[in-house]
Design a protein around this ligand. Structure first.
Ligand SMILES: [Zn+2]
Ligand SMILES: [Zn+2]
Length: 580
């Protein structure tokens, strides 16, 4: 039996003298970052991201965090704070606000992207449902402090592959928590505004109870290069390339977009943007005056034929080989305005996210087939990461000197390596926590432990709405993909309580045609003996009709068994009946 904690630590753990930290996503995975912090009757949340499904979830569009831990404490939630505008941090905001219409705080670019999402809601197939009425969106600047119940939250400027990224200083009545968000240390960032190491050092001086830190590049030693080197590579390449230049990149990386535009202007090229998310991101950044360009540099994609090839740069979505993206459609000659030809050069200015390699190389192959020259990350410095390397992580741990260390934003190996780094730097092992989604960590100045667990596996979303993909639907999709389907159709004469015609049996994607007749024959025989049995027992106690017997599932079980015995497969089985 579990020991009563309060007996062991009567003075340390009074009822209210502890903070609860509950990661609802982002632990042992990439994506759906979301964490709850609770003090007494006040809860605040940090981020509400989405994750993308694995291959074992066919047909699922995306995954959002499971909010059920919040369900019974709705009136305690004071606010949600967003660190930056990437999908793995804000992607589930629409689903969240529909259930929890609480104030949202974020910097200008973040809130712009949230607004785009909310105004799209109800339009997309992915996200059906009503639009959100009067969302309480609040724009803050770095350095701003926001009061939320017992918490004060300060936004601290960091560098990342999106504008306006922030870490959060969360002040609680018993100490400060530092949440890094996603960050890197860039001394020469494109917007000229390096991470606020001064403030971070000060926060460290004041004392940090707990540090919550991103881990994704922990395996890479040293310090990440500055985004600026990508600009230098662009300038070198643009100087040599004669025909049209295509650059694919993540649409939200407006620093990258800026550097492409700057290089284009340097070599007197116009810039056209293709892909909806690219245009959206440009508009959002442009409305905040975050992009610096000459008035006539940007042209509409419809006008590219008015310019010579050496006068054009086309920035496009599709850096991950996404099937519907502009670059993929161009590569497969399915784009309305742009056809790739042998004088074109395509720069893939992004990393390959693990799992996407196949799709990306497929697009590269198609581009090469059409004669284009393709330059990707392995061949030139046309991408740097927006995430810190282990040297930067060590620097931040050193500046903040937290009592407790909680690595986040990574798979298990990343979190565990990051925890080891903290231990090497003097944080006792018992004060580092490699958490699971749903772990309830309680801590105060003297003590910290995981006291419980809440459901937080995530909610699967497919085309039709929220959470309606249950395990049964998923299981069916896997069955269909693996073992195919067998469908049996029977017409029943309800007066005679007998079959009115021979049962029809169809199989698709199940076994080879040559083997199928034997299996169908066995199924038919089974059906006939089932019907005979039903008729014979009709006159006795059991008054069930043939249809009722079939609907009760016993025929289904018998047929399944025959299919398995004869083929060692478990296809999806559908039995349908009509009564005459
Ligand atoms: Zn990010
Ligand atoms: Zn992230």
């Amino acid at each position: 039996m579990k020991k009563n904690r309060t007996e062991d630590f009567p003075k340390l753990f009074g009822n209210e003298s502890r903070i609860k930290i509950v990661p609802l996503g982002g632990m042992r995975e990439f994506g759906k970052n979301m964490t709850a912090f609770q003090w007494g009757n006040d809860i605040i949340l940090v981020d509400v991201g989405i994750a993308f499904p694995d291959e074992d979830m066919p047909g699922v569009d995306l995954i959002i965090p499971d909010f059920s831990w919040l369900k019974n404490q709705k009136d305690r939630i004071r606010a949600i704070f967003l660190t930056h505008g990437h999908e793995d941090h804000i992607g589930a905001i629409t689903w969240f606000l529909r259930e929890y219409p609480i104030p949202v705080y974020g910097t200008a670019m973040t809130i712009k992207l949230v607004e785009n999402k909310l105004s799209d809601s109800g339009k997309g197939a992915r996200d059906q449902g009503s639009a959100i009425q009067n969302p309480k969106l609040n724009v803050v600047k770095d350095g701003d402090r926001v009061r939320a119940g017992a918490f004060n939250v300060e936004f601290v400027h960091v560098n990342h592959s999106i504008a306006d990224a922030c870490a959060l200083l969360i002040e609680t009545p018993i100490g400060n928590i530092f949440h890094t968000g996603d960050y890197k240390i860039d001394y020469t960032p494109v917007d000229g505004d390096p991470i606020d190491l001064h403030r971070i050092a000060q926060i460290g001086n004041d004392g940090v109870l707990a540090m919550f830190a991103e881990s994704c590049n922990i395996e890479v030693e040293g310090f990440s290069p500055s985004e600026q080197i990508v600009g230098e590579t662009f300038a070198e390449l643009f100087a040599k390339i004669e025909g049209r230049i295509f650059v694919s990149t993540f649409s939200s990386n407006i620093f990258r977009m800026q550097q492409i535009i700057t290089a284009a202007e340097q070599f007197n090229r116009k810039v056209a943007l293709v892909g909806r998310s690219m245009l959206n991101a440009f508009e959002a950044a442009d409305s905040l005056n975050y992009i610096d360009y000459r008035k006539n540099t940007i042209i509409d994609i419809k006008d590219i034929n008015k310019f010579a090839p050496h006068e054009l740069v086309i920035i496009t979505t599709g850096s991950q080989g996404e099937p519907m993206s502009a670059l993929t459609r161009m590569a497969f000659s399915q784009h309305r305005q742009v056809a790739i030809n042998k004088n074109d050069t395509v720069l893939m200015s992004s990393s390959m996210i693990p799992g996407n390699e196949k799709a990306i190389y497929r697009v590269i192959d198609e581009l090469v087939k059409r004669g284009a020259k393709v330059i990707y990350h392995d061949l030139a410095d046309i991408h740097v990461s927006g995430h810190c390397y282990s040297g930067e992580m060590a620097l931040l741990i050193n500046l903040l000197k937290p009592k407790y260390f909680i690595p986040s934003h990574g798979e298990y190996r990343h979190l565990s390596m990051h925890a080891k780094l903290a231990q090497q730097m003097g944080i006792p092992e018992k004060n580092t926590f490699v958490l699971n989604n749903g772990d309830i960590l309680e801590l105060n100045n003297r003590f910290a432990e995981v006291v419980g667990y809440t459901e937080a596996a995530g909610v699967l979303i497919d085309g039709s709405g929220i959470g309606d993909v249950d395990d049964l639907v998923l299981r069916d999709r896997l069955l269909l993909a693996d073992d195919g389907v067998v469908a049996i159709f029977m017409v029943i004469d309800s007066v005679q309580n007998d079959l009115a015609a021979e049962p029809i049996i169809e199989a698709k994607g199940f076994i080879y045609k040559s083997e199928i007749n034997d299996v169908i024959k066995s199924c038919q025989n089974q059906i006939y003996s089932f019907v005979d049995n039903a008729r014979r027992s009709k006159s006795k106690k059991n008054k069930k009709t043939l249809k009722e017997r079939i609907d009760s599932g016993s025929l289904y079980q018998q047929i399944r068994q025959i299919l398995y015995e004869q083929t060692r497969r478990r296809p999806m089985l559908i039995i349908s009946t009509v009564e005459l």
